[in-house]
Design a protein around this ligand. Sequence first.
Ligand code: F6P
Length: 521
Amino acid sequence: MALQNINPTKTDAWKELTDHFNEINEHTLKDFFKDQNRVSDFSITANSLELDYSKNRINQKTMDLLVKLANQVELKDAINKYFSGDVINDTEERAVLHTALRSTNEDEVLVDGKDVKPKIQTALRKVRAFSNKVISGKWKGYTGKSITDIVNIGIGGSDLGPDMVVEALQFYKNKLNSHFVSNIDGDHVSEILKNIDPETTLFVIVSKTFTTQETITNAEYIKNWFLKSASVFDVAKHFVAVSTNLEAVTSFGIEKSNIFPMWNWVGGRFSLWSSVGLSISLSLGFENFRELLDGAEEMDNHFKETSFEKNIPVVLALLSVWYNNFFNAETEAVLPYCQYLSKFPSYLQQAIMESNGKSVDRNGEKVTYQTGTIIWGSVGANMQHAFMQLVHQGTKMIPADFIGYKKSLYGLTDSHKKLMANYYAQIDALAFGKTKEEVHLELKTSGDLDKINKLLPYKVFEGNKPSNSLLFETLTPKSLGNLISLYEHKIFVQGVLWNIYSYDQFGVELGKELAKKILKN
Ligand code: F6P
């Protein structure tokens, strides 16, 4: 069954939230923090994750009304449909089952009356067996040498997820060198080919459709480069593919046994849990890949089973709608205090903006309210020395998610302490700012009396800027699985709240068609 069709702005909760916004707008985070219990009242712990959302411009009434909104758009019903394989990607007539990819429970998930779980298990076994062979050196290249380098050729969901995860979990990496070719930029491809040896490189072509211009152009070019030193009979030892389009893969010259399956009930941007994650499994070993899946499943269970008030993806989605639709915030920042997560913001940009960048509702009508948020971000502390000036003192409200880890992986405590001191400092500076009085006193104490009048207004921090703190114990495949899955569900909830279809991406088509036309001329 399809998702229900409920215009959120017509609900009582929306109307009440509109009135409530005027009340809340009068109050500052400083006022709210007079309540000693605020942090514990607005914190949730799930698995190894602690969410502190106390530094948001909310009170208990706000959260009650937001939860009421979730109930009035029938979020529970939508969640049930999402997990059980209903055709919630209505415009493409498909189920949306990335959650089934990591599920270890016994429940059947039916698509067209058939359980998809056995297919998923078979594909995972194939990924495991293949990864083990390559990692152990048993898989030989055309001159009998073992593989040393893997090149993932794909774009969008066939690149961003695996690339982000391999970068994020490099601490757990084996000896294979991993490379990612995505852009249709010959210079980028050439730079990668410069550093690899055709005798010891495995190319993983990932394309759900196997028609994507960038990927196919790069794959063809790389195959021709390979054939300069090897023969067509050697292709099978060096090229594998992940795709739904078996015919196109075979006519590219890849052996049937070297094709890893994908299914149309998994969207590209949610596919890293499938064979699309082959490069992850090759780079980190299958056990770590499985841990990543387990982490995602932990968050799936939390999302499925927890009441909305204590449900991390639901709370984050509701807060995001609160700022997007009531405060008219234009963007949201994602700020991991962890260099390993440097690719996480770009990964989320596709997941979030390709999903919820829609302006037509489930009635086929143009929406009269804001939908998809603009996501951007970068790692702390680097970004403090780049764009944070605007977040602190600019004219825009930018709600931010701070992501941090209690322990570092190599145990460099001094650096980690300083990193996390900055994490907490930024959150506090945004929330509480610095008043005129404080600036005045500071300038006075430092003997800058004559400059007070001139400098005072520039040194004031208004504060009252919202953020969430997402704190994990440490960065592991499991905790990363938790984090990615959390945002996947946040995306889903927002799509339900906005009454849009989150799982198609027709908006990317026109540009592709025009590029083809331009090429023909
Ligand atoms: O152009 C957007 C898109 O369709 C994404 O949704 C997808 O992840 C990417 O292109 C790659 O598609 P494919 O895996 O079919 O090559």
